[in-house]
Design a protein around this ligand. Structure first.
Ligand code: EPU
Length: 302
C-alpha cells in the first residue's frame, strides 16, 4: 500500500514520521520473506495517537513491526502500511535494579548491557533475536525463564483507548508465548526489575545457554525460530522429527535438519511455500498424534 496524497505526506513529516516508500519486508524479517509496502518509522512515541488517528481518518490500514524475527509476511504488494519505532540513544537507562528500556532496543544487546552492570536473570534469552517490544508482546522465553517475570511497568499505545497508557506488571498476564495485550496494542517502553549478580556469573550462564542453542538450533540460517508452540506436555520439534520430516521442503522452504520445529528459507522461499510447508507438517502431526499444532510464528498474510 502506498501513501501518496501530499496532505498526508506533509502531516507525517510534521509528526516526525519517516516515510519510506516500497520497503521490502523480506529485508526486515529474519525469514527473508515478504512483499513490499510503505514503511513509517516513528521518532517520537508521543505522536502515535495523532498518527493513528490520521491513518484511520484516511482509511490506511497498518501493522506494527518489531524486530521481524518471529514473523512470516505474505508475498507481493501488501494491503497495509507498516509502522516501526526508531531506536533512541540511549535505549537502556539503569536505576539500581531497574532497567528502563525502549521497546525498539535489541533484546540481546539489552541483556548484555545489564549484565555488564551486574544485573542478571535473563541469561536464557541471550540468543533470542528481536526487539524488547517483540519479546514483551510474545512473552519470549527459553531455558526455563521468560521476560514477563521481570516486568514491573509497561508503557504502550492501547488500541482500545487510543491513548498511551502505563500498566503495572501485575495488570498484565504473561503466559507461555502469550500475553493479555491486544493484537493492535503497541509496546513503547518497559521497566524491568532484575536481580543483582556479578558479571562473571551472568557470563557463565550466557555461555552455557549459547552453547546449548548452537548445538540444537540452525542459527546461521534464515528462520523465524520455532514455527509451532509446544502443545502441553509435549515437544513439537520432537514429534516432527519422529515423523522423519527433517529436510521436507516446499520450494526453498525447508524443515531444518538441526531442529525440526525450525523451518528455514534455504534460498528464495515465498510466503506461500512456507505456508504450504506449515500446513503439510501440521496435517501430518494431526494424523499421527491427534494434536493440532498452533502457530508460534506470527503470520501477516494479505
Ligand atoms: N527434539 C528432537 N528433535 C528435534 C528437536 C528437538 O528430538 O528436531 C527433542 C530434543 O532432543 C529435546 C526436546 O525435543 O529432548 C525439546 O527440544 P528443545 O530443548 O530444543 O526445546 P523445544 O521445546 O523444541 C523450546 C522453545 C525454544 C527455546 C528452547 C530452549 C518453543 C516452541 N520452543 O524448544 O524457543 O529456544 O525451548 O528453551 O517453546 C522459539 O520460541 O522460537 C524457540 C525456538
Amino acid at each position: 500500500m502506498r501513501i501518496s496524497e501530499p496532505r498526508i505526506v506533509a502531516a507525517l513529516a510534521e509528526m516526525h514520521v519517516d516515510l519510506q516508500h516500497g520497503a521490502a519486508l523480506a529485508d526486515l524479517t529474519s525469514l527473508g520473506i515478504g512483499g513490499t509496502t510503505d514503511l513509517l518509522r516513528i521518532k517520537k512515541h508521543e505522536n502515535l495517537p495523532d498518527l493513528l488517528n490520521l491513518l484511520d481518518a484516511n482509511h490506511v490500514p497498518h501493522k506494527f513491526l518489531g524486530g521481524g524475527s518471529n514473523l512470516l509476511v505474505g508475498d507481493g504488494e501488501l494491503p497495509w502500511v507498516v509502522l516501526q519505532l526508531v531506536r533512541p540513544e540511549p535505549d537502556v537507562v539503569l536505576d539500581g535494579n531497574f532497567a528502563h528500556v525502549d521497546a525498539a532496543a535489541d533484546l540481546g544487546r539489552m541483556i548484555t548491557f545489564c549484565a555488564k552492570n551486574d544485573l542478571g536473570g535473563m541469561e536464557g534469552l541471550i540468543g533470542v533475536p528481536g526487539t524488547v517490544g517483540g519479546a514483551l508482546r510474545m512473552n519470549a522465553g527459553a531455558y526455563g525463564m521468560q521476560i514477563g517475570s521481570y516486568v514491573r511497568e509497561v508503557k504502550l499505545y492501547r488500541a482500545a483507548s487510543r491513548q498511551i497508557e502505563i500498566l503495572r506488571g501485575e495488570q498484565i498476564s504473561f503466559e507461555y508465548r502469550h500475553t493479555s495485550f491486544a493484537p493492535d496494542d503497541m509496546m513503547l517502553a518497559v521497566i524491568l526489575e532484575l536481580p543483582s549478580k556479578p558479571f562473571k556469573e551472568i557470563l557463565q550462564g550466557i555461555r552455557i545457554c549459547n552453547e546449548k542453542r548452537r548445538s540444537s538450533q540452525p542459527l546461521g540460517q534464515k528462520s523465524a525460530g520455532c514455527i509451532f508452540k509446544n502443545p502441553p506436555g509435549a515437544s513439537a520439534g520432537r514429534m516432527i522429527d519422529e515423523l522423519g520430516l527433517k529436510g521436507l521442503s516446499v520450494g526453498d522452504a525447508r524443515v531444518s535438519d538441526r531442529h525440526a520445529n525450525f523451518f528455514v528459507n534455504a534460498g528464495h522461499a515465498s510466503a506461500n511455500d512456507m505456508l504450504n510447508l506449515i500446513a503439510d507438517v501440521r496435517e501430518r502431526v494431526q494424523k499421527t498424534y491427534g494434536v493440532s499444532l498452533e502457530n508460534e510464528v506470527v503470520v501477516w498474510n494479505a
